[in-house]
Design a protein around this ligand. Sequence first.
Ligand code: SAM
Length: 263
Amino acid sequence: MSAASLRLAAAEASAGLLRCPPAEVKEAGPGNLAGVVWRQWRTERALAARGIEFRSADPAQVEAAYAAMTAEEFNAVNGRQAWANWRTIPASLDGLLPDEPVRALDLGCGTGRSTAVLAYCLPDGSTVTGIEFAVPLVEVARGREYPNRSGRCTVRFAAGSVCGPLTNADGETIADGSIDCVNSSGLLGHHLAGDDLQACLNEVARVLTANGVAALDPGPGLSSATLKRAMAERGFQFVRRTRSNPLDRCGQAVFIKQASEGA
Ligand SMILES: C[S@@+](CC[C@H](N)C(=O)[O-])C[C@H]1O[C@@H](n2cnc3c(N)ncnc32)[C@H](O)[C@@H]1O
């Protein structure tokens, strides 16, 4: 097959699918990684001096630590994550969702910086719900703008845990099979373990529709191999591993929910 026919075949195969090439999307996010790293380091030192320790898998400690930060402090300590989100999330979603309005969740959304990347990438008319248990961060997230590159998404926030029945912004339990895409950035691999992690993955499996996409973050506390096994047990097919840069040890692992037999 010639190069031209290969290009044509690739274009035909991706017709009707959402395209969000990371090289284009990252231009809308933060640059200057050195400045981001410097602000993060300086702020982490200041927080440690005040006894605020957020690197934990104890939910009560994590919630209290994040709730005790100002929005500026949260954004500084979350700076590298936010920089990475603009590269990783588009790489995770590119070519996997239909190019029509979708329903998405952003688990552990903090001040809405990963939500902003989702809202920017998803098709015009999509709805995105960020879920976060540190209430002060939810309030900051509600106050932001969420531009979309091709139109407008509806973005709302729910204050609550991702380790029990997931709720929408009105406090209602999200229905089984009603979501097309679940994203987590800086959450599973940093803050969830044991029963909490299992409960969160059960919820991801419950709310996603057949062929729905889960872009989930491995990290220091959760290897990508363990995450892959846990998702395979829940009926998901692994699609790809994405990273913001070759040195990124976290990034995301992307899965598709298989249609159940007979569905
Ligand atoms: C590293 S921050 C990432 C924030 C955001 N996803 C981003 O990429 O900018 C992790 C967030 O997860 C939240 N979080 C941790 N455990 C949670 C839980 N069990 N339920 C809801 N939110 C949680 C924390 O409060 C924090 O805001």
